[in-house]
Structure formats: structure tokens, C-alpha cells
Design a protein around this ligand. Structure first.
Ligand SMILES: [Zn+2]
Ligand SMILES: [Zn+2]
Length: 310
């Protein structure tokens, strides 16, 4: 069965005392409809990706508008044949995307947004600095051709990275992320630092690829569910699996050094020398080498002792 996956976020002030009620309404809907996915809910708004039958997703969109009392929510849809989520969950958080700055929430839903068509033109301007606000392992499997990134491991490192970047305050800056939500906060962080000419891609890579596949964005777009990433047609990847050790996109085929099973691991675990099929095998292999080590260290020590003058 073909499943619909939809992502949506909205910064909108929600009363703390109302969050349990909102949360319950979404959970009730999921319980009878089979909707799965993750909803982050906070006093600054909502951020979610959910999956279900096409009719369920359509109904859910209506419900969400009703619950939030908003009729202009923006959804980004894609499809998959396999469930990308195991369960449905609502989490109440201080921030619906974690920058470590709950005080930095957009007050307007449109802070210098560029539509995919406007962005498509803008990124071809050699004078503009294109910033990928995502983490290093996301950038590594796909990015806009001319983009730079700060090799961040998590989003909360972004403001400091910009501070250290040396990018001139008057430079035209174009920023993007997966679905747009990170840039809503990243742009505020940059504006706070005095950047005046910053723009963000409306709806992120997912929105761009819908209109411009195989254009200025190269590679695949990492997503935070079992699909790992989506390709240029927004279809689940055929190229990557989840690394059994760290959960990053994996495409290096190995034979497990412990049990000889064929496995696929990510480039960074490969570089670290983690050549095993699972955490379990990695553990057993490390016990093996740890018990060998003291032995050789002991031998070396003895040798050193006997050769050093008493
Ligand atoms: Zn890995
Ligand atoms: Zn193994």
C-alpha cells in the first residue's frame, strides 16, 4: 500500500496549559486512524512528520488546522511503500527545533522567505553566500552545489559557528535546511548578530525538490526516520541504509570482522575502523582486542624493564 508522509511546522504561541489537550486530540486521532510519526509540541508551536494512508493524512491536515485554529498551514508531502515510523508519539518540548534558545522564536511565519523559484535564481548569483544549516552527516550525502556548511554535529552549534565564520555582515546570505524549520531560528540568530541581508528557502530542500528535481541541489536529502534519505524525486533512498553503529547514512559494504555477515556501515565508522555488522559484534570484537592488549603491553613493559639500566 502506498503511504503518504507529510511534514509541517508552525511557530505560533500556544498556551502551556493547552498543550496536554492538543496532544490528546492528536493521540486520539492516531489511535483510531493508524497515523504514525512524531509531533513536537511547545509553547512556540508545532513541528511534525507523520505517515498514513492518503485519506488519513488528508483528514489529519484538517484536524491540525482545526486544533491550531489556523487555515494556512504548509505541508510537504512525499510517499513511501514502507512505514517510516514504528509508532505515533507527541513530545512536549521547550523548543520545537533545538537551538538552545527558547527565547528565539519567530513572531511572523514569513521572515525573508524565498519561494523555490526565487531560490533557484538566487543560488546562481556568485556574490551570494549559500549556507547549509544542517549537520555534517546530512550535508555529506547531498547539498546545494555552491553551499558551504560549518561541519556542525548538532543545530545548537550554529550561532557560534556563524560568529566564527568571518562572513561579512552586509553579505547576501541564503540559508536552507531540510524542511525550513531550522532556518526559521537560524535566520533570527544571524539577524541578532547584525546580518541584514539574509534569506531562507521556504519549505527547505523538500519543497525545492518538488519543483526542481536534478537542478541546483545535488545528492539526496537526509530525513529523520526509517527512510534515511529521499532522492531527487522525494522517493525513499535506494542508496543508503542506516548505519548499525551510529544511525548515519551508510553505503559502505563490509564483511563483519567478528561474525563474517555482510553489512553496510557509514563512512565515518569505516574510517574509525568499526568493521562490524552490529553494536553487539563491535562489543565482542573490542573485548577480544582489549584482552589481547594488556598482554602485549605487559610484554613490552617487561622488555623495557630488562633493557633499561637498573
Ligand atoms: Zn556509523
Ligand atoms: Zn557481526
Amino acid at each position: 500500500m502506498e503511504l503518504c508522509i507529510t511534514s509541517c511546522y508552525r511557530f505560533t504561541p500556544l498556551k502551556l496549559e493547552n498543550l496536554p489537550i492538543l496532544s490528546q486530540r492528536l493521540e486520539d486521532f492516531a489511535a483510531h486512524s493508524g497515523l504514525r510519526g512524531l509531533c513536537l509540541l511547545g509553547t512556540e508551536g508545532i513541528n511534525l512528520t507523520v505517515s498514513g494512508a492518503t485519506s488519513v493524512i488528508a483528514e489529519f491536515k484538517g484536524l491540525l488546522g482545526e486544533v491550531l485554529e489556523l487555515n494556512d498551514l504548509q505541508f510537504k508531502d512525499s510517499t513511501a511503500s514502507k512505514q517510516p515510523f514504528l509508532i505515533f508519539k507527541v513530545k512536549v518540548k521547550d523548543e520545537i527545533v533545538t537551538l538552545g534558545r527558547p527565547d528565539l522564536a519567530p513572531t511572523s511565519p514569513v521572515n525573508s522567505h524565498l519561494s523555490p523559484a526565487e531560490w533557484h535564481q538566487a543560488v546562481q548569483d556568485p556574490e551570494a553566500v549559500v549556507i547549509d544549516t544542517r549537520n555534517d552527516y546530512e550535508v555529506d550525502i547531498g547539498k546545494f552545489k555552491t553551499a558551504i556548511d560549518f561541519r556542525t554535529k548538532e543545530f545548537r552549534e550554529f550561532p557560534e559557528a556563524v560568529r566564527n565564520s568571518g562572513i561579512a555582515k552586509d553579505k547576501k546570505v541564503l540559508m536552507y535546511c531540510t524542511g525550513g524549520i531550522r532556518c526559521e531560528k537560524a535566520i533570527l540568530a544571524m539577524q541578532e548578530q547584525g546580518y541584514k541581508n539574509v534569506f531562507q528557502l521556504d519549505g527547505g530542500i523538500l519543497n525545492y525538490l518538488k519543483d526542481f528535481p536534478r537542478a541546483e541541489f545535488e545528492g539526496e536529502c537526509f530525513v529523520f526516520d526509517y527512510r534515511v534519505s529521499v532522492d531527487q524525486d522525494l522517493a525513499p533512498t535506494q542508496k543508503y541504509l542506516l548505519c548499525p553503529h551510529c544511525g548515519q547514512p551508510a553505503n559502505i559494504k563490509i564483511e563483519c570482522g567478528q561474525c563474517t555477515t555482510a553489512a553496510t556501515i557509514c563512512p565515518s565508522c569505516y574510517k574509525d575502523g568499526t568493521l562490524t555488522c552490529s553494536k553487539n559484534c563491535a562489543h565482542h570484537m573490542s573485548i577480544g582486542s582489549a584482552s589481547a592488549k594488556p598482554h602485549s603491553q605487559e610484554l613490552a613493559k617487561r622488555r623495557k624493564k630488562s633493557s633499561s639500566p637498573a
